[in-house]
Each structure stands twice: as structure tokens, then as C-alpha cells.
Design a protein around this ligand. Structure first.
Ligand SMILES: Cc1cc2nc3c(=O)[nH]c(=O)nc-3n(C[C@H](O)[C@H](O)[C@H](O)COP(=O)(O)OP(=O)(O)OC[C@H]3O[C@@H](n4cnc5c(N)ncnc54)[C@H](O)[C@@H]3O)c2cc1C
Length: 479
């Protein structure tokens, strides 16, 4: 059957856009979370939305699952392929189709990188606000699917706040447009963050923002993480909403120093990067308040020009990759806690780390309580990977206990689906599944992601009576 499907795909797409060579297929076996791997049966690289729609229709004809992939930087295994399925990669769909500054909008294809949008309008005083640290490479289609965030999303909101419309290929192969202005249910809102389970975005209309008049970037060095955490609460408590508040602990600073020599103050237990932006008078007033609040810092550095600002951000933006300098392997965790719980959760992470003999470096979007603990281990040491997994999972439990979430921006994917029942009741999960079934009754669009059990559409939601047939047959695992 696969041969027939491949022949049909080749009749739709140029020869080079259908990959079946086992060596080339391996390029696509994982995303940024390399722990999960699967070689796709076939990879296609369409050039147009119409081609995506035809590929999806073929998958329906053959009852074959399909997975969308942008740049493959996801950190939750969302773009993990199916060995029995088609991987639809959008990296050839990279055109910026329209820039409409009068309406502050741009229309782009899904493979366009996040930063390319800003680069296209920067010299006219505009930018695209959501700024994941991976923005040089990640695709806007991936951002929509993950509802991605970034350092500046505290003030400006996540991807969902900056998408006006999406043309999508539905899981049965129709091309439709979901528009923010449509009356009725907010289907665009449902699609953003759906991790490829409700269809494939083929054209995205994003909102462009005016570049602020003034930007002031401050680096505050504290002796301890508690002092840094208190400063964060005090800043928000004073009514200041900075464009960004980022925090790094001593281990994360050590890694960044080793990787990019960012020259953060020596001996800091934590550094806080606070960026204020807006009209000059407002930024000046907030800066005065900020320096007072951060009076406990042993060093306060203010960027004098864009080069100094870039130097301050360099350490933070490289933090994930930088831990590779101090550890052979690591897990990038992503969870959320209420801001006020930051000190107690960080103390509990410290205890977990000591108890299991696993180092944890903390980097976080402190303003919105989005933690990124980097759980370090040596994969050559027997049992270390398992201990790191235990610590990583226990951190998510801490987030839930404190009223937070198992993901702030990296999504659920395949990695965290098993944690969904810890956060949601069966009724919650069944309700979400009903939404999914409304879009994808055959369960072909990125199956096995987000939800812990592949419940089939048409199965009555409600209290489960006995073991699920798929679990019984060994085809699915129930967590
Ligand atoms: C070093 C590093 C730093 C990062 N920093 C951040 C950060 O600050 N903030 C943040 O939020 N994330 C961050 N990430 C995670 C990642 O970059 C984002 O999730 C990003 O949005 C993924 O985009 P991508 O194009 O790589 O998507 P992929 O990894 O290819 O796919 C991600 C998901 O989107 C789906 N998908 C892809 N394209 C489409 C489409 N056109 N239509 C429908 N579904 C689609 C896939 O099926 C998958 O479920 C970081 C990752 C790395 C490696």
C-alpha cells in the first residue's frame, strides 16, 4: 500500500519533494526533543497550499496518518513523525505574501521564520512581537501550532494575540480560512496551540506592532535567587509591566559564561534582565521605580546602546544551548507557577536536585512564572537519565500543586501527554477530545500527541467502563 501511496504522491509533487531514501528520512526522525525518535514512512515538501491539501486528501484515501513539521525546533516531540505515516514539511513555503502597514498586517506562508517577519518590516519602524529564543529558525506555522511565547510576551501577549487569520488544510483535505473577525465560535483561537492535531496552517495573517520609542535594558545581579524573585514580585506589584523580565540562576550563568562569555557580574546567585519600553517619559519614570526596587542588587548595569543591549541578551538567549558546555546531556523542562510561588518552587527544585544527585539550572520568564529548569545528567552514567526523568516529572508535579501548568510555551506533544491526566479530569479530556473529533473525526492529523490515550471519535465520552480495547490489545498505553 505504501508503494501505491508514494506513487500517488509522486504524481502530485516534483520528484525531489517526495523523500523515501532511508538515509534522508533520518533527518526528520525527531524534533528539538531528540529523546523521542521515529523514521517517517515518507516525507513530502510541498510548495503550495493546494499541494498540502492534495497530500492530505491522499492520506485520507489511504487512511494514513500525517504529521506537519515546520523547522523541527519543537521541544515536546510535537513533530515526531509516524513510522506508518506521511511527514508534511513546510520549509519550502517561505514567501512573505503581503505587507500591509496601513492595517498593520503581514500575510505569510507557514515556513517563514519568525525573525524574517521582523526583518521584512524593521526599517519601516515595525516588528512582529512574539519572540521565541529560537526565532532565527523556528517557523511561524510551528509558532501558531504551539502558541509560542518568548521573552517579550509578558507585555505583548503570546502568538494567539498576534494572529488575525489562518488559512488551513482541514484533516480531511479542505482549504478553509479561520478569521478573528468571523462571528460565532472562536475557531481560530481553538486552532492556535492545537499542535498540528486540527489541521495544517498554510497561510497566516499576523499583526505587526510599532517599534517602541525608547527601550531601556537593565541587568541586575543579586546574591541569591530569593532576592531576585522578590524583586520580580515587587516590580509587578508596583504596577510596572516591563516588556520582559528574565531570570537566570548561578548554574545557568556559569553555562552561558562558558558558551558565549557574556560577562555577567561575577559571583551572582541570580541575574535579572528587565527591559522597559514605550514612550520616553513613561520609560524614564519606570526606570526610576525599577532602580529603587532593585536597590538590593550588588550590581546594576544599564545598556547604553543597542550593542550593549545585545550583549546583555546574549547570555539569556543562548542559555538552553549553553548548558551543553557544562553537561553532556540535559532535559529542557517547561512549566508555569503563579509568580508568588516562585521562591518556594525554586527551593523545592533545589531539594529535588540534592535528593536525586541531579543538577538543575534555572532559566525563566520570571514575569509570567514560566520556568525552564534545565535538568542536567551524564548519559554515559547508568541510571542518570532515569533519575533526570524523575526530577523532571517531579518539577511538573510541583507546578500543578502550586496551581500552575505542565507547559508554558513548549506544548504537550508526545512528551507530556502522560501528564495531562494529572492536570485535567477525565471529563476535561473528553471535552477536549470532542473538539478534536469535530475537526478530525478519523484521527489522522498528528495522532498520539497531546492526549494520553488515543480515544476514538464516536466513542461515548464519560466514565470509562473497563479497559480500553486499544490498551487491552497492547496498541496503546494508559498513564
Ligand atoms: C533553543 C530553543 C529555544 C526555544 N525557545 C523557545 C521560546 O522562547 N519560546 C517558545 O515558545 N518556544 C521555544 N522553543 C520551542 C520551539 O522553537 C517552538 O515551539 C516553535 O514554535 C516550533 O516551531 P517549528 O517550526 O520548529 O515547529 P516544529 O517543531 O516543526 O513543530 C512543532 C509543532 O507544530 C506543528 N506544526 C508545525 N508546522 C505546522 C503547520 N504549518 N500547521 C499546523 N501544525 C504545524 C507540528 O506538528 C508540531 O506539533 C525553543 C526551541 C529551541 C530549540
Amino acid at each position: 500500500m505504501l508503494d501505491t501511496l508514494v506513487a500517488a504522491l509522486r504524481s502530485l509533487l516534483p520528484y525531489d519533494s517526495v523523500i523515501t531514501d532511508p538515509v534522508r528520512l533520518r533527518t526528520y526522525e525527531c524534533d528539538g526533543l531528540t529523546y523521542h525518535r521515529a523514521t517517517p514512512a515518507v516525507v513530502v515538501l510541498p510548495d503550495t497550499a493546494e499541494q498540502v491539501a492534495r497530500v492530505v486528501r491522499l492520506c485520507n484515501d489511504f487512511s494514513v496518518p500525517f504529521v506537519a513539521r515546520g523547522s523541527g525546533t519543537g521541544l515536546s516531540g510535537g513533530a515526531l513523525p509516524r513510522e506508518d505515516g506521511v511527514l508534511i514539511v513546510t520549509s519550502k513555503m517561505r514567501a512573505i505574501l503581503e505587507i500591509d502597514l496601513d492595517n498593520r498586517r503581514a500575510v505569510v506562508e507557514p515556513g517563514v521564520t519568525n525573525l524574517a517577519i521582523t526583518e521584512a518590516v524593521r526599517d519601516r519602524g515595525y516588528y512582529y512581537a512574539p519572540d521565541p529564543s529560537s526565532q532565527q529558525v523556528c517557523s511561524i506555522g510551528g509558532n501558531v501550532a504551539e502558541n509560542s511565547g518568548g521573552a517579550h510576551c509578558l507585555k505583548y501577549g503570546f502568538t494567539v494575540n498576534h494572529v488575525e487569520a489562518c488559512e488551513i488544510v482541514t484533516p480531511d483535505g479542505d482549504l478553509v480560512t479561520l478569521d478573528r473577525m468571523d462571528p460565532g465560535y472562536d475557531l481560530l483561537g481553538a486552532f492556535v496551540g492545537s499542535e498540528g492535531t486540527l489541521g495544517i496552517a498554510t497561510k497566516i495573517t499576523v499583526r505587526l506592532s510599532r517599534a517602541p520609542q525608547t527601550v531601556t535594558t537593565v541587568l541586575a545581579a543579586f546574591e541569591s535567587i530569593e532576592q531576585g524573585g522578590q524583586a520580580v514580585s515587587a516590580i509587578i506589584g508596583a504596577g510596572i509591566v516591563p516588556a520582559a523580565i528574565e531570570m537566570m540562576d548561578a548554574l545557568a550563568i556559569e553555562a552561558a559564561e562558558a558558551a558565549v562569555a557574556c560577562r555577567y557580574p561575577e559571583g551572582a546567585g541570580a541575574v535579572l534582565i528587565v527591559e522597559l519600553d514605550g514612550p520616553a517619559a513613561e520609560v524614564e519614570r519606570q526606570f526610576a521605580q525599577l532602580t529603587e526596587i532593585c536597590s538590593g542588587a550588588f550590581e546594576l548595569r544599564v545598556a547604553a546602546d543597542p550593542a550593549e543591549r545585545a550583549a546583555i541578551w546574549k547570555g539569556r538567549k543562548s542559555a538552553f544551548a549553553a548548558v551543553g558546555r557544562i553537561s553532556p546531556a540535559y532535559i529542557v523542562q517547561d512549566g508555569v507557577v503563579p509568580r508568588t510561588s516562585l521562591p518556594s518552587v525554586l527551593a523545592a527544585i533545589d531539594r529535588l536536585s540534592a535528593e536525586h544527585g541531579i543538577r538543575v539550572a534555572n532559566v525563566f520568564h520570571a514575569g509570567d512564572g514560566n520556568l525552564h529548569p534545565l535538568v542536567l545528567f551524564d548519559d554515559a552514567e547508568p541510571g542518570a537519565g532515569e533519575r533526570a526523568e524523575v526530577v523532571s516529572g517531579a518539577i511538573l508535579d510541583l507546578c500543578i500543586e502550586h496551581g500552575g501548568s505542565i507547559t508554558g510555551e513548549h506544548g504537550v506533544g508526545v512528551d507530556k501527554s502522560r501528564y495531562m491526566p494529572r492536570m485535567f479530569s477525565e471529563a476535561d479530556l473528553d471535552t477536549m477530545q470532542l473538539v478534536r473529533c469535530a475537526f478530525d473525526p478519523r484521527g489522522l492529523s498528528n495522532p498520539g500527541k497531546v492526549f494520553p490515550t488515543p480515544r476514538l471519535c464516536g466513542e461515548a465520552p464519560g466514565v470509562r467502563k473497563g479497559v480500553h480495547p486499544l490498551v487491552e490489545s497492547g496498541k496503546a498505553e494508559q498513564f
